[in-house]
Design a protein around this ligand. Structure first.
Ligand code: PXL
Length: 274
């Protein structure tokens, strides 16, 4: 069986990061090893939250795995708790990665033009270093702008999206998968391969609803499917469709929680697409 290590926080309640990565990667039929980077009571969109940084565990866990001869097909990172942690994650990847392993980076740090509350303006610079090592980087437009030092635009056209994506690719990432790519009356996922210098756009129906954690759901599904052996295009399509299905189900549930989507109820749909 293929094996991924995913490196991100545990938000104990909130349906994001590891609490969605684990069940979703398992549902794709791939083993998910984890490195929890921090334990938070909830994600940081709640008014208050506790946070215990697990920074000092990252390299000892990596060393133990290396001593045991454990190998991974892919390294997949999400929300990281500090700039210092990013440095350790780079060291970990350098130490454990073998030729042919995939490095998939979701620079989960911002949305709607704003950094998440726990980060300062220096954080995107460190995250950009990690993204430069990626085979595939999965930003939204806010993150892509922050990573490339480009002023954010709420409304933009295809030329702007392509400018930002190409700047990000020029920093080192081989493939950029821009999520929530909305321009010229379309909504979907914009994929750019820097090796082939080619674009591909997967258009979706825009659902009039926004929930936390959907980026994590997309990235976890995409990663699981790609590592399982689906093509890049099929992984994008199925991940985008599953994320949309999660949003649709949640939107149609009158007593749904505000803090995340009911991704659990759409797992049968995901499996039907594998
Ligand atoms: O969904 C991304 C995410 C992950 N982890 C934590 C977060 C967020 C987004 O707000 O706060 C702790």
């Amino acid at each position: 069986m293929k094996r991924i290590v995913t490196i991100q926080d545990i938000s104990c309640l909130g349906k994001c990061s590891l609490t969605v990565a684990l069940p979703i990667i398992s549902a794709t039929g791939v083993e998910a090893a984890i490195i929890p980077t921090a334990v938070l009571s909830t994600h940081t969109m709640f008014k208050n939250f506790t946070c215990k940084d697990l920074d000092d565990q990252i390299l000892p866990i990596a060393k133990h795995w290396k001593d045991e001869g454990i190998e991974f097909d892919a390294f997949y990172t999400g929300y990281l708790a500090s700039a210092q942690q990013i440095e350790k994650v780079i060291t970990l990847i350098d130490s454990l990665k073998k030729d042919g392993n995939l490095v998939i980076i979701d620079p989960a740090m911002a949305d709607n033009g704003k950094l998440y509350p726990a980060f300062d303006a220096e954080f995107p610079k460190e995250m950009a270093k990690l993204c430069s090592k990626a085979d595939i980087v999965l930003p939204n437009i806010t993150e892509a702008c922050l990573l490339t030092d480009t002023p954010y635009r709420e409304k933009y056209d295809k030329a702007f999206a392509e400018e930002v994506v190409e700047k990000l690719a020029a920093q080192g990432a081989k493939t950029v998968v821009l999520t929530g790519a909305e321009f010229d009356g379309k909504y979907g996922v914009l994929v750019y391969s820097s090796e082939k210098k080619e674009y591909w756009y997967y258009a979706q129906e825009k659902i009039d609803a926004a929930f936390h954690g959907t980026g994590d759901i997309f990235s976890s599904t995409f990663t699981g499917l790609l590592v399982r052996g689906k093509t890049l295009e099929a992984s994008v399509e199925i991940a985008a469709d599953y994320t949309a299905e999660c949003i649709r189900i949640t939107k149609n549930t009158p007593d749904a929680n505000w803090y995340g989507v009911d991704f659990e109820r759409a797992v049968p749909y995901l499996i039907s697409r594998i």
